[in-house]
Design a protein around this ligand. Structure first.
Ligand SMILES: C=C1C[C@]23C[C@H]1CC[C@H]2[C@@]12CCC[C@@](C)(C(=O)O1)[C@H]2[C@@H]3C(=O)O
Ligand SMILES: O=C(O)CCC(=O)C(=O)O
Ligand SMILES: [Fe+2]
Length: 351
């Protein structure tokens, strides 16, 4: 089969990966991936803090993990294994559809909050394309699912809606415990967590299904380039596969291996701002592995609604005076700033 003609990057159309048999097209060859990989501290394969959500000390443990790592793995998270497996199965079913079918739901360029198929938003900041295709779901995916499976869309919708519902509940539990660690009052918390109230703006919660197809030359491509998430926190389920790396201060890039049954949670920019820089919005990326496996992941971005203002929380009664590192910013505005600043929004709101 002939390799598909490559559209210019500005169109942000994923490659028809199924048509690539032998060589990676020029558009996807990252000249620096060898150096990037060589710099990875393989001997430093780290294990993230493992936190039991029903532990009495969960709040303290989560807070410490957010300070030290900005990422941790959760057990006893309460999301059923069956639901996770169903969501995995539906993700696989979606990405193994013919390219033309997936293209019927292509996200409109420029829209940050649309449901549909496409490349990661950060693609437009890189001269080369990533070995990745995504499907973002905000709210109900029913309109897009009908295009993908005209006679059989219900299963996908039911599973994804339930998955979002459970992830939202889990996100709220996690954030509540983390805010408690920061000393934020119940009243202040309510403002941040009233995520379904449409009167305070459009919901920004998003589920992104990620697909990293097998690659004939994994050493020359990038799965998902280094980025921080634009969320309070992100809850990630990886389908039994390596490839996720984090940038740890003082160490450098380190690879992670998912532990089965756990969900990986990371701090995003909004929680970094809220904690006045105390929690790390962790830089992470995905590198394609040699194993020729099709890798999938499901990332749930837990966000407040668009019109909520996020301000650095400075302990009012602490001995040492604290000053806010960032100006107050609303969620919608921060998304727009981050998109405009090529994926790096924090410097733009620094005081
Ligand atoms: C720099 C970025 C990266 C963006 C777009 C732009 C600003 C906001 C980011 C997110 C955050 C929430 C999920 C996502 C899928 C979304 O809708 O907005 C992300 C998207 C991407 O990573 O693709
Ligand atoms: O696929 C992964 O493991 C990470 C995905 C991710 O970082 C994202 O979707 O923002
Ligand atoms: Fe991410």
């Amino acid at each position: 089969m002939a390799d598909q003609e490559i559209p210019p990057p500005s169109q942000l159309v994923p490659l028809n990966f199924a048509s690539v048999q032998t060589h990676v097209p020029e558009s996807h060859l990252w000249p620096n991936v060898k150096e990037l990989s060589a710099a990875v501290k393989l001997d430093k394969r780290v294990s993230l803090p493992l936190i039991d959500l029903v532990n009495d000390d969960a709040s303290e443990l989560l807070g410490r993990a957010c300070e030290e790592w900005g990422m941790f793995q959760l057990i006893n998270h309460g999301v059923s294994q069956t639901l996770i497996e169903e969501a995995e199965e539906e993700t696989r079913r979606l990405f193994t559809l013919p390219a033309a079918q997936k293209m019927k739901t292509l996200r409109s360029p420029g829209s940050l909050t649309a449901t549909g198929y496409g490349m990661a938003g950060i693609s437009k900041y890189h001269p080369k394309l990533m070995w990745h295709e995504g499907f973002t779901i905000i709210g109900s995916p029913i309109n897009e699912a009908k295009k993908l499976w005209p006679n059989d869309y219900k299963r996908f919708c039911d599973v994804m809606e339930e998955y979002q519902r459970q992830m939202k509940g889990l996100g709220e539990r996690i954030i509540r415990l983390i805010l408690k660690f920061l000393g934020i009052s119940e009243e202040e918390m309510m403002k941040l967590l009233t995520s379904t109230d449409e009167s305070i703006g459009k919901p920004y919660m998003a589920l992104r299904l990620n697909s990293y197809p097998p690659c004939p030359d994994p050493g020359q491509v990038m799965g998902l380039a280094a980025h921080t998430d634009t969320s309070l926190c992100t809850i990630l389920h990886q389908v039994r596969s390596n490839g996720l790396q984090i940038f740890k201060d003082g160490t450098g890039w380190v690879p992670l291996s998912p532990m089965s049954g756990t969900l990986v949670v990371n701090v995003g920019d909004l929680l970094h701002i809220l904690s006045n820089g105390r929690f790390t919005s962790i830089l992470h990326r995905v590198m394609i592995q040699e194993n020729k496996e099709h890798r999938f992941s499901l990332a749930y971005f837990y966000d407040p609604p668009g019109d909520i203002y996020i301000s650095p929380y400075c302990k009012p009664l602490s001995d040492t005076p604290q000053f806010p590192l960032y100006r107050s910013v609303n969620v919608k505005e921060y998304f727009a700033i981050k998109a405009k600043k090529m994926g790096s929004g924090l410097p733009a709101i620094k005081i």
